[in-house]
Design a protein around this ligand. Structure first.
Ligand SMILES: [Zn+2]
Length: 193
């Protein structure tokens, strides 16, 4: 806390949180001043750890055990962090649903994978390089011209109609109804980097 006050939030986050601002949780000092929780928890370790090495709940438990109060600031309203952690939702029950599936062809997906290689064409992510053996040959196949746009009869798909994308990029191109092209996503990634 002393270091935070001395160097300021900007420099503190750069040192302990890769410059990422806190998503939600702050630690309050005796005067009620807020400090970014995960960065502060990371800063309390020697040797240094980074926020990705622990969960918010670890830090909350740690600070609470030491008598600190935690505040959660979603948007502008302050609420007790424990209320957020106590929130419960009922999930997991089974239900029957009627759905219409779109027919896909596994053979052309396999051919496309062999043709393009299992590397993301938007961000160059390589599952095997990152996950080792478990990631070998894993990649998602993206239809450049989305299948849901085809009528009920179906149309011919060629290798050129397919692109290899990692799971993140695949979700990102489909995040809007009108999906992005692979080039548009690549441009976006380059800009963000
Ligand atoms: Zn990707």
């Amino acid at each position: 806390m002393t270091e935070f006050r001395r160097i300021g939030q900007h420099e503190f986050l750069a040192r302990y949180a890769n410059s990422r601002p806190p998503v939600r949780f702050y630690v309050l000092d005796d005067d009620g001043r807020p400090y970014p929780m995960k960065a502060l928890w990371a800063a309390s370790f020697i040797p240094r750890i980074m926020p990705r090495h622990f969960n918010s709940s670890d830090a909350i438990a740690g600070f609470k055990a030491r008598g600190y109060e935690i505040a959660s600031l979603p948007g502008s309203s302050i609420e007790d962090a424990s209320a957020v952690l106590d929130f419960q939702a009922h999930e997991g029950e089974r239900y029957l649903a009627e759905v219409i599936r779109i027919r896909r062809n596994a053979r052309i997906v396999a051919e496309a994978k062999a043709h393009y290689g299992a590397i993301c064409q938007a961000c160059d992510f390589d599952f095997e390089e990152f996950y080792g053996e478990r990631g070998r040959d894993f990649i998602e196949c993206h239809h450049v011209d989305p299948l849901y746009g085809r009528d009920g009869e179906g149309e011919v798909t060629t290798i050129e109609d397919l692109a290899m994308l990692c799971s993140n990029c695949h979700r990102m191109v489909h995040r809007t109804k009108l999906c992005l092209t692979v080039d548009e996503l690549r441009e976006m990634i380059d800009k963000a980097a």
